[in-house]
Design a binder for this molecule. Structure first.
Ligand code: ADP
Ligand code: ADP
Length: 223
């Protein structure tokens, strides 16, 4: 469970990107729906401890996140919107390097984690291919494989379906929905169907404020 209380963030240019946001996010897939510029990325970066809020609190399974950033980061898988790949490296090689960085220093353990993630994301057949030759959907699936290294308990995925065709989008969302019990998975999107199709719970955010939250149909009807 991720618990956010009265979170505020105003950038130096005066934009109030997060306006008194309070949210209770249970385990499972949670959709953060809102148009471009709503403040989704800002909120996610703050939860991921990449930027400090001006005020408010964040607790993750009881952990005071803002006072224990390193501890949060060890449980975090984060896929930013604009993540880059190294085009001349294979998925398997890069994932193995990231596994080392994640602290999977024992060879057997690392190999098992990498192989399992390549299977889970349906990239096993393409594991030896360079990432530069991957389609948009394959890249996003690689991104989620990377984010899932080390079995994170909090997974944050920023606008992953933008630019994916319908098949790839479904494949990607189904993958997110399957990540596991006892894991909070936050998906941001501006596509309504992304949340109505697969997220048991959601919040609608506009101009930094939560306008509605709950089960998708109930939340959307309440607008
Ligand atoms: P979303 O992810 O929903 O598109 P963002 O969180 O990226 O929304 O942006 C929310 C608002 O904050 C936008 O008006 C955006 O231009 C502004 N913003 C985002 N990041 C910064 C920043 N680092 N400095 C100043 N303004 C920013
Ligand atoms: P997103 O589409 O994920 O909401 P943006 O395109 O708004 O992201 O922002 C991309 C990057 O530019 C982010 O690192 C954000 O902090 C920064 N940024 C966005 N808007 C502004 C802004 N108005 N002033 C300064 N930096 C910004």
């Amino acid at each position: 469970m991720l618990s956010i209380k009265n979170l505020n963030k105003t950038y130096a240019n005066g934009v109030k990107a997060t306006n008194n946001v309070s949210l209770e996010i249970p385990n499972g897939l949670f959709g953060l729906l809102g148009p471009n510029g709503a403040g989704k990325s800002s909120l996610m970066r703050t939860i991921a401890t990449l930027q400090d809020p001006d005020s408010g609190s964040i607790h993750f399974n009881g952990l005071d996140v803002l006072a224990n950033k390193e501890q949060l980061r060890r449980q975090l898988g984060y896929l930013p919107q604009d993540f880059g790949v190294y085009p001349k490296v294979s998925a398997e090689t890069l994932l193995t390097h990231f596994a080392v960085l994640k602290g999977l220093t024992r060879r057997g353990e690392r190999k098992e984690a990498v192989e399992s993630l390549l299977h889970q994301t349906n990239l096993w057949e393409a594991r030896k291919r360079n990432l530069g030759g991957y389609s948009g959907g394959m890249r996003q699936r690689f991104g989620i494989a990377q984010a899932l290294l080390g079995a994170p308990k909090l997974v944050i995925v920023d606008e992953p379906t933008a630019g994916l065709d319908p098949d790839e989008r479904n494949r990607f969302l189904n993958l997110l929905a399957k990540i596991g019990e006892n894991v909070v998975v936050i998906l941001s999107t501006h596509i309504v169907a992304d949340v109505t199709d697969l997220c048991p719970r959601m919040a609608m955010i506009v101009k930094g404020q939560v306008l509605a939250e709950g089960k998708p149909q109930t939340a959307i009807d309440a607008l």
